[in-house]
Design a protein around this ligand. Structure first.
Ligand SMILES: Cc1ncc(COP(=O)(O)O)c(C=O)c1O
Length: 454
């Protein structure tokens, strides 16, 4: 029997969704009022358009977010498993970061000069992730754009390679997908300067034969890759994938960029440290400074030497790298507090323990109901997939998605005080997530499945 046949029927999903939408509207009068007011001033009614990408007709408006709990203006509390889609992976407003920000806020926000603690911060990054040399940016998008630019400059090659189903931020040449074996700009991409896929090769994740073929002509500057795909469901690497990726990139003079922005959930040094990956360039953003806009990229000693040997740029400020507020004093204060006091081994141990509790609970739930779905996990990051088996690549993962079911379940959970990331079935566990929150998620999910089965 196919997975679709045993998953809830479209009719049951539609009925439940309709009822949950009514429940939401009835329960959030203040959010409705604020939405009406903000519609006048903001495009799409919100200061950033992704804020409308939730399963509700209008978003909940945040009153406060502390630890693993978010409170909204209608006086509801939510167990937050979205955590700002990873930016708040270490909990909302970690006290050490809040203290550091308060201290720094009175002593300068931005100066385009290094703060006195930068050596210690660099040392902490190196100790954690293993790369010896660093730069800071405002976002992971900025960091990815920077490392791709550096890779092209260093190799004098224009091509890059990414995996189908990837997401690395709003970097034009990575907003591509695989259609009939060809790289194509994503349909939703607005206003690229030309064909965004013109210099990008796209292959399926875990396809080593395609990788060997794509690198063979020696024209690819860099492979940009997450250790596992986390933006198209969750697709884990097959045994030997990373070792061969590393071998092939070295063989063809292609730089390997590992983007750990999401997979940092794997442990204190991300997958890079856990799995002994050996990137030439490394990117991490989102949670790295506890939710403050901040990202880092790291490089090997060999690359540092080559970058520093590049001809000094005659036109200062026109390298295409960086933004004025990068590495500002506030971001430096936040990242130091996070590196030294928040992202501790103990914090990761708690996060992973709760993630395992959730993973096991989901497994039992699926088994009890004979649902042909699966669960994947990278450390503190758990994903429920609607395919019978874990996907091996982006295409399989996309094919297994059931967007209306996902939307309905998220809405049902939200109406009962459980917040899940809108774009995927991802659940993130923070150092403050209590076992009770995990149990509540499981209880409400079971109730939703009960209703859908009727
Ligand atoms: C793997 C990965 N890299 C980079 C980014 C971009 O992060 P930001 O939107 O903070 O720039 C994302 C965002 O989801 C991501 O998932």
């Amino acid at each position: 029997m196919s997975s679709a046949a045993r998953s809830p029927s479209a009719e049951a999903i539609a009925v439940l969704q309709e009822r949950e939408l009514r429940t939401f509207a009835g329960a959030h009068p203040r959010a409705a009022e604020l939405m009406q007011q903000s519609e006048r001033y903001w495009q799409g009614g919100v200061p950033f358009h992704w804020m409308r990408d939730w399963p509700m007709p209008y978003p909940v408006f945040v009153r406060s977010a502390v630890g693993a709990t978010l409170h909204d203006v209608d006086d509801y509390a939510y167990d937050d498993f979205c955590l700002g889609d990873t930016g708040a992976m270490f909990g909302h407003s970690p006290p050490a970061v809040a203290r550091a920000l308060t201290r720094q806020a009175a002593q300068g926000l931005t100066a385009m000069l290094p703060g006195e603690r930068v050596a210690a911060i660099g040392a902490a990054l190196s100790a954690r992730f293993g790369l010896p040399c660093w730069q800071m940016t405002q976002t992971a998008t900025d960091a990815n754009r920077s490392v791709l630019r550096l890779a092209r400059a260093l190799t004098a090659r224009s091509e890059i390679l990414v995996f189908d189903g990837c997401y690395h931020g709003t970097v034009d040449e990575t907003l591509v997908c695989l259609v009939d074996g060809q790289a194509r700009a994503r349909a939703g991409l607005r206003g690229p300067p030309g064909d965004a896929a013109a210099h990008t090769r796209v292959i399926e994740f875990n396809d080593l034969a395609a990788l060997a073929a794509a690198l063979a002509d020696g024209q690819v500057a860099a492979v940009l890759c997450e250790p596992a795909l986390t933006n198209m469901g969750m697709v884990l690497p097959q045994p030997g994938f990373h070792a061969e990726l590393r071998r092939l990139t070295r063989q063809h003079g292609t730089l390997l960029i590992i983007d750990e922005t999401h997979t940092f959930s794997a442990g204190p040094g991300g997958c890079t440290r856990r799995d002994g990956l050996e990137p030439d360039l490394f990117v991490c953003g989102k949670a790295i400074a506890g939710g403050m806009p901040c990202a880092v990229y790291g490089m090997t000693a060999a690359l540092r030497t080559r970058i520093e040997a590049m001809p000094a740029n005659a036109e200062h400020g026109h390298s295409g790298l960086g933004t004025t507020l990068s590495a500002n004093l506030l971001a430096l204060a936040a990242i130091e507090a996070c590196l030294t006091e928040v992202m501790t081994d103990a914090a990761f141990a708690h996060m992973e323990a709760q993630a395992i509790r959730l993973e096991q609970g989901l497994h039992s739930l699926l088994a009890k109901r004979a649902l042909p779905w699966h669960v994947q996990r990278i450390g503190a990051r758990v994903e429920l997939g609607f395919g019978a088996a874990p996907a091996r690549n982006g295409r399989e993962s996309a094919a297994a998605m059931l967007p209306e079911l996902e939307r309905t379940l998220h809405l049902y959970l939200l109406n009962r005080g459980v917040l899940l990331t809108p774009f995927h079935n991802m659940m993130l566990l923070s150092p403050q997530t209590a076992p009770g929150a995990v149990d509540r998620l499981l209880t409400h999910l079971e109730a939703a499945l009960d209703e859908l089965a009727r």
